[in-house]
Design a protein around this ligand. Structure first.
Ligand code: BES
Ligand code: MN
Ligand code: ZN
Length: 503
């Protein structure tokens, strides 16, 4: 999509559609006021008559008599002092759908929050507008007839002629963040037979070649030689080869610490011999959503040259039923040297993450480490569709994740990580077992299992189960893969780059 910045008076604009923000109980502000003047008070009249509203979530397409400005689209942002980035993102998403539905091609979106309205900085507002438009424009076309859809142009507009530079920077950042999410969406949307561990590795290599990341892949033989027997055990029922994918971004000083991002890449989770029901298997191509978020985020870090060292580690397997599948009761010792009795083969994410976390912390020496995984149905049931779970003992890291998650429109709520849950994971014939044996509390016992494999490294665990695939479209989220977590990871890295990894 073509992205441009445009600044100056409304009279000079030419567009198929101009999107402006309208606020609740605040009259017309900024760009909307200027447009109103140009249109001889048309918006003001509509507002007075109640045909237009500043209420959050409302979108109106207004036909105008001006040839250069056929449509003005108003989006309600609610009360000016309650406008957040996510409010802007959803509003732009809704407006984008409306104008694209009318086949508008040259689309101008006026910066919300600029010129004294609300509280958004122009650069942040521009970034968010671009991000939302690109996220809303996303389509997954791999399995469709080629659509003869026209490519839209997005012009981000400010009345303030001096805002051009801020907008330009916002365009770059917004585009990179949306690309992170959209890459993750592509990887998750692809059918599982075509998104095997080796395909994920190929995608990582292609991303590295494109962006300047360094990519290393440990194949089955290398994993065996290294001792990643837990990861290998999960993949035993599959004909496809497993992979441990390592992506490096060297943005910081050579002697500076390196943040680790670890992703669960179960390219399909049938449950193994502890097989899932047909219904719960339906979305299990999305069990590599954590891996997809890590790949997407790594690409953005390279594109934006974020001044921080970051290494992504993705454990990629398939959890299938086969003659060689692991059996409940099997005991396997992984890279960390701890033995695990595998009592339920459907609790496989923690097994592959055990090796990936050991590899990230003990082998590569990464710190802090953040893992992201569609790990437990229990987390999904505890929090519902509006929050994902976050676990850890580093208060500052957790608070930072919560904050950047809010900014990204991906909310994280902390769940407990207490020794009592860990007790449940102690083995009777082994060091650990892979299920707690309790019917509830599964998100925390899984997190405690993971903690066994990070040693003393500061660590946070994100459980995004249930967030990888959306059942229906909403705002800037089309139906299907969401790319959940990718932008939060990018924002976390941007925040850590600003304030330092050890702070
Ligand atoms: N991949 C699933 C978790 C999941 C569930 C993700 C629903 C997305 C939507 C995970 O591997 C799993 O099967 N977990 C089991 C663990 C149980 C056997 C202890 C679960 O949550 O039921
Ligand atoms: Mn499973
Ligand atoms: Zn799984």
């Amino acid at each position: 999509m073509i992205l441009r910045s445009v600044a100056g008076p409304v009279d000079a604009l030419s567009a198929d559609a101009l999107v402006v923000a309208v606020y609740q109980d605040a009259g017309l502000l900024g760009a909307a006021a200027a447009v109103d003047t140009t249109l001889d008070g048309l918006l003001g009249e509509l507002l007075a008559s109640g045909a237009l509203s500043g209420q959050r979530g409302t979108v109106r397409v207004v036909q105008t008599p001006r040839a250069a400005l056929r449509r003005v689209v108003t989006v309600g942002l609610g009360k000016p002092d309650l406008v957040t980035l996510e409010v802007v993102r959803r509003a732009v998403g809704a407006a984008w759908r409306a104008v694209r539905g009318e086949h508008a091609q040259r689309i101008v979106v006026a910066l919300p929050g600029a010129s004294g309205e609300g509280m958004l900085e122009p650069v942040q507002a521009a970034e968010t507008v671009v991000e939302a438009a690109l996220l809303a424009e996303y389509r997954f076309d791999r399995y469709r007839q080629p659509a003869d859809q026209d490519a839209p142009e997005l012009h981000v507009y400010s009345l303030d002629a001096a805002a051009g530079q801020a907008i330009e920077r916002g365009l770059v950042v917004g585009e990179a963040k949306a690309a992170a999410t959209n890459l993750a969406r592509d990887l998750v949307n692809t059918g599982p037979s075509e998104m095997r561990p080796v395909d994920l590795a190929a995608a990582a290599r292609a991303l590295a070649a494109e962006t300047g990341l360094q990519c290393t892949v440990l194949d089955e033989a290398a994993l065996r030689a290294a001792g990643c027997h837990l990861l290998l055990a999960v993949n035993r029922g599959s004909e496809a080869a497993p992979a441990l994918i390592v992506l490096e971004h060297h943005g910081g000083a050579t002697d500076a610490p390196t943040l680790g991002l670890v992703g669960k890449g179960v390219c399909f989770d049938s449950g193994g011999l502890s097989i899932k029901s047909a219904d719960s298997m339906m979305t299990m191509k999305g069990d590599m959503s954590g891996a997809a978020a890590v790949l997407g985020a790594m690409g953005a870090l390279a594109r934006l040259r974020v001044p921080l060292n970051v290494t992504g580690v993705v454990a990629a397997v398939q959890n299938l039923v086969g003659a060689h599948s692991i059996m409940p009761g099997d005991v396997v010792t992984g890279l960390a040297g701890k033995s695990v009795e595998i009592l339920n083969t459907d609790a496989e994410g923690r097994l592959i993450l055990a090796d990936a976390l050991t590899y990230a912390t003990a082998t590569l020496g990464l710190a802090p480490v953040v893992d992201i995984a569609t790990l437990t149905g229990a987390c999904m049931r505890a929090l519902g569709p509006f929050y994902a779970g976050v676990f850890g003992s580093d208060r500052r890291l957790l608070e930072r994740i919560r904050q950047v998650g809010l900014q990204s429109g991906e909310k994280f709520w902390e769940l407990p990580l207490d020794e009592e849950y860990g007790e449940l994971m102690r083995g009777s014939i082994s060091d650990l077992k892979n299920i707690s044996g309790e019917a509830s509390g599964g998100a925390s016992s899984a997190a405690m299992f993971l903690q066994e494999f990070v040693g003393s490294t500061p660590w946070a665990h994100l459980d995004i189960a249930g967030h990888g695939i959306a059942k229906s479209e909403q705002g800037y989220q089309p139906q299907g893969a969401t790319g959940y977590g990718a932008r939060t990871l990018v924002n976390l890295c941007l925040s850590l780059a600003k304030r330092g990894l050890e702070e």
